[in-house]
Design a binder for this molecule. Structure first.
Ligand SMILES: [Zn+2]
Ligand SMILES: [Zn+2]
Ligand SMILES: [Zn+2]
Length: 99
């Protein structure tokens, strides 16, 4: 199965598990312990993505996963994010997507 098929199949589940406030996976916004939001574009705490004025992107999930700086130049909701893709893989194992 290609990544593209995987994405179109699992993107809905994914959107349920990523908290847009802190960009982390696996809990809902009600369960989020973060007081301030983390920008999903530049990864800086205290503002959200739509208020972001930073030119440079720095994916907070990739930073947390200690990826190299040059591979973090995308936002946390980027479909090519390697953390995102591995989370989708996890979901794929848990979810029967009819395949
Ligand atoms: Zn959270
Ligand atoms: Zn920002
Ligand atoms: Zn990323």
């Amino acid at each position: 199965m290609t990544v593209v098929n995987l994405l179109s199949c699992y993107v809905e589940e994914y959107e349920d598990v990523q908290v847009y406030k802190c960009c982390a996976f696996g809990h809902t916004i009600k369960n989020c312990s973060k007081k301030a939001g983390i920008c999903f574009k530049c990864g800086i705490e205290g503002h959200v993505g739509r208020e972001c004025k930073n030119e440079r992107k720095d994916c907070p999930n990739c930073r947390k996963a200690k990826k190299e700086e040059r591979s973090r130049n995308h936002s946390a909701d980027d479909r090519s994010c390697s953390v995102y893709i591995s989370k989708l893989e996890e979901l794929r194992e848990k979810t029967d997507c009819g395949q």
